[in-house]
Design a binder for this molecule. Structure first.
Ligand SMILES: Cc1cc2nc3c(=O)[nH]c(=O)nc-3n(C[C@H](O)[C@H](O)[C@H](O)COP(=O)(O)OP(=O)(O)OC[C@H]3O[C@@H](n4cnc5c(N)ncnc54)[C@H](O)[C@@H]3O)c2cc1C
Length: 416
């Protein structure tokens, strides 16, 4: 069934009796060409591109809970491609281009909204760094614009320009950036993958990897053994756990990141805003809530909830940037488990185990990467070679010293 305005009108006039389940609930087959572990954004996007672009139909996504229950449904929904380094910027720009056509591609409303992002700067040194980043973006085909303080004030008059401890000196803007409805992205990819023959198997936890003579033969699950010619792991914050089943210790730590939503307000924020003198980012949802977040909690955990010191730190950042946020009541907050890599950049690569592939290390920026990550992982699984925009995301770069340290923070995962 294709979704369209015509379909909505037809169903409205016929009592909404024609809607079909958005995806099937199949029982696992005994063997697949490809099994993807993890029904988050990245796993489902991989299944979509693997089936639609690379023509592989004998594919399953195995999810321990329900699809969209992980970070893909927990993030602050920001999509952008404002990166500096060569290893990253072409990949994230490829991703943004896929975002721009995503809803047509999967025939699903993901509420993609290119409302723009502004990264504020507060010092001359920070301005110079943002100019450099903007130039790197433009060289890679992305859009970037530098605003001075007056231009920022004209667009965002509610920010603190009067008595700010860190006065706003300007901002780097990417107009094509924005937000997308996070769980709809999972549903859209799932629906499309299902339509192309992919089995999406929910409530099926991978409990082991069957490996014989250095080759992965399939996955042990709570629904029994499922054989596969290739197994791709895309479990984000659980990467260490699942790859540990193959005896691998990853250059990744798991940390919790919290997000917050205020009560609904009238439209006040036209774009995504990031504070340059602390870690705070905010946008406004279509329902009016201010959606915001900041730093990870900073200790290793698999828990999906955080602690009060970081709540205080995030809210201080909000108050420093836009004091009016202090008048809004907090409606909801939650946490997600982040796969923080040593250099802050991801991994999409084969592993030393034949037939076992890995996708992870997304830190807290993996939502924007969802389309490109899925595309590049599908490419790797189908062709056994990296996609041209993902050649730098190698697992062995930590051994060879080819770090992609976007923040320049060193090999310390809790700082990225
Ligand atoms: C609070 C918060 C805010 C964020 N904000 C942003 C943002 O604004 N922009 C941005 O780009 N990124 C953001 N991120 C990061 C982004 O959400 C993640 O990097 C990305 O969603 C991770 O990929 P995923 O969607 O595949 O993960 P997930 O949705 O977590 O998918 C992994 C799946 O694997 C499943 N799984 C785990 N173990 C097993 C197993 N043994 N067997 C079977 N299945 C298993 C899990 O149940 C889960 O569904 C944020 C994250 C959080 C938590």
């Amino acid at each position: 069934m294709r979704y369209s305005g015509f379909r909505v009108i037809k169903e409205a006039l016929t009592g909404h009796k024609g809607w079909k389940p958005v995806w099937r609930e199949p029982e696992p087959k005994s063997h697949y060409d490809v099994i993807i572990i993890g029904g988050g954004g990245h796993g489902l996007a991989t299944a979509h591109y693997l089936s639609k672009v690379y023509g592989q139909r004998n594919v399953a996504v195995v999810e321990k809970g329900w699809i969209g229950g992980g970070n893909v449904g927990r993030n602050t929904t920001i999509v952008r491609s404002n990166y500096l380094l060569d290893g990253n910027e072409p990949f994230y720009e490829f991703s943004l281009k896929l975002w721009e056509g995503l809803e047509q591609d999967v025939n699903y409303n993901a509420m993609m909204s290119q409302r723009g992002i502004i990264n504020l700067f507060h010092t001359d040194g920070q301005r110079d760094a943002y100019i450099r980043r903007g130039n790197a973006m433009i060289l890679n085909g992305a859009d970037a614009e530098l605003l001075d303080a007056d231009q920022v004030r004209a667009e965002h008059p509610y920010l603190n320009f009067e008595d700010a401890r860190f006065p706003i000196k300007g901002g780097l803007v990417q107009r094509r950036a924005g937000t997308a409805r996070h769980d709809a992205v999972a549903w859209g990819y799932a629906r499309s993958a299902d339509l192309h023959g992919v089995d999406i198997i929910q409530n099926c936890e991978v409990t082991g990897l069957r490996i014989e003579n250095g080759t992965c033969l399939g996955v042990e699950t709570s629904k029994g053994f499922i054989g596969a010619s290739k197994v791709g792991c895309a479990v984000a914050g659980n990467s260490g756990r699942v790859m540990g089943m193959a005896g691998m210790r990853l250059p990744i730590e798991s940390h919790v990141l919290q997000a917050f939503v205020s009560e609904g307000l009238k439209p006040v924020l036209p774009s995504v805003i990031t504070f340059g003198a602390g870690h705070f980012y905010v946008s406004q949802s279509d329902k009016g809530g201010l959606v915001f977040g900041g730093d990870i909690d900073g200790y290793n955990t698999y828990a999906q909830r955080g602690n009060l010191p970081v709540v205080e730190d995030v809210c201080e950042g909000g108050m420093a940037l836009m004091p009016m946020i202090g008048r809004a009541r907090l409606l909801r907050m939650w946490g997600g488990v982040m796969d923080m890599s040593m250099d802050g950049s991801p991994i999409i690569d084969r592993t030393p185990v034949q037939g076992l592939y890995f996708n992870g290390g997304w830190c807290y920026g993996g939502f924007k990467a969802t389309p490109a990550s899925g595309y590049c992982f599908a490419h790797l699984l189908a062709k056994d070679e990296p996609h041209p925009v993902a050649t730098a995301y190698r697992l062995d770069r930590f051994r060879t010293g080819r770090m992609i340290d976007e923040k320049g923070a060193g090999n310390q995962p809790n700082l990225h």
